[in-house]
Design a protein around this ligand. Structure first.
Ligand code: TXA
Ligand code: MG
Length: 332
């Protein structure tokens, strides 16, 4: 299969280009597109055969459910068996935006999309290309991140092509995605609601609106994880990766042992260049860091290294989503 790459304006996407992409979706094809978080790999969520192609293209285990993207709250309500008050308030405040809500699914959603489970994850993206595509297709769009399963998510069109080129019909290239980390996932089928994946909408933002929530992907009874995709190793580059505080000593040791080492630093890298060292200075704030993390990992991956070492950011609440992704990127 040849993947057609279509360059679109990220702020004011061209209607004729969106119509072409929407046509691919309506005919059961796969279209990758930018969102405000990361690139998504989209298919018509109501078409089971199309959704099955997502699992095949990514090599995604059938037990890991997909997020369904909608353009409006009305469209979301058609996909759920109930719409609790918490969902109403959260959607009114954070949609469109990087918050995914897990709700009881209606019969309209194919079982394959929810991996056979009784709930569906819904997200209303803010990016103009994503919104325009869903509106033009006039169907809900199932879209996981546009990367090969367990690998680093794509924040640029070139990342999508490197992983999925030749396996998908079309790629809408809308430039780098602004957020850089996947959406916050909140399960509102439980009382209190449970944060399954930290993201740009923080626990504090959510609690200010609906009161206390729980954090973590396992149910209190110790039953199996409610979010099968929260696999420990998930955002992993092809190069072994380690995270530590005061990482410069470790970096020096590895370089002196003759390794080619990628280093994500906070603050400036020491002047005395070591041979085999490829340093990337990361932004010192959580939002800036999050927006650059996957691009940094993709660029280091492409160089061909023996090791990536990451200087751990501060252990503070604001860095929760970054810490979560770093932990899942690290080699056990
Ligand atoms: O920002 C995002 O959310 C991106 C963009 C493309 O929208 N999408 C994304 O999708 O990150 P994905 O499939 O890579 O991650 C979705 C996560 C998975 O860990 C999955 O297990 C979980 O959400 N999930 C999906 N449906 C669920 C459900 N019904 N219950 C619990 N967790 C669910
Ligand atoms: Mg993913």
């Amino acid at each position: 299969m040849k993947t057609e790459v279509v360059v679109v304006d990220p702020l004011r996407p061209e209607a004729d280009l969106l119509a072409r992409a929407a046509d691919v979706l309506r005919r059961g094809g796969l279209v990758a597109f930018p969102t405000e978080t990361v690139y998504g790999l989209g298919a018509n969520a109501l078409d089971e055969a199309a959704a099955a192609r997502i699992f095949a293209a990514k090599g995604r285990p059938a037990g890991n459910p997909l997020i369904v993207h909608v353009a409006t709250v009305d469209q979301a309500r058609q996909l759920v068996a109930s719409w609790p008050a918490a969902a109403e308030r959260l959607a009114a405040r954070f949609w469109p935006g990087p918050l995914t809500l897990v709700l009881p699914k209606s019969r309209a959603v194919p079982d394959l999309v929810t991996a056979g489970g009784p709930t569906v994850a819904l997200r209303c993206p803010a990016h103009a290309v994503a919104r325009g595509l869903i509106e033009a297709a006039a169907v809900p769009v199932a879209a996981p991140s546009a990367n090969v399963s367990t690998r680093v998510s794509a924040t640029r069109a070139e990342h999508v092509l490197r992983g999925l080129g030749g396996r998908i019909d079309m790629l809408l290239d809308g430039g780098p995605t602004p957020g850089g980390l996947e959406s916050t996932v909140l399960d509102v089928t439980t009382a209190p609601p449970r944060l399954l994946r930290p993201g740009l909408v923080s626990r504090r933002d959510i609690e200010a609106l609906i009161g206390p929530i729980e954090v973590g992907s396992c149910s209190p009874s110790g039953a199996p994880a409610r979010s099968p995709g929260m696999l420990e190793r998930h955002y992993a580059p092809s190069v072994p990766l380690e995270c530590l505080e005061g990482s410069w000593q470790r970096v020096k040791e590895l370089c002196l042992a003759g390794m080619r080492v990628g280093w994500l630093t906070l603050g400036s890298a020491p002047e005395d260049g070591l041979s085999g060292l490829f340093a990337v200075e990361m932004p010192p704030d959580p939002a800036g860091y999050g927006s650059q993390l996957y691009a940094a990992l993709h660029s280091l991956e492409a160089i061909g290294l023996d090791r990536i070492v990451v200087e751990l950011p501060p252990r503070e609440e604001a860095w929760l989503a970054v810490h979560d992704r770093l932990r899942r990127s690290a080699t056990p």
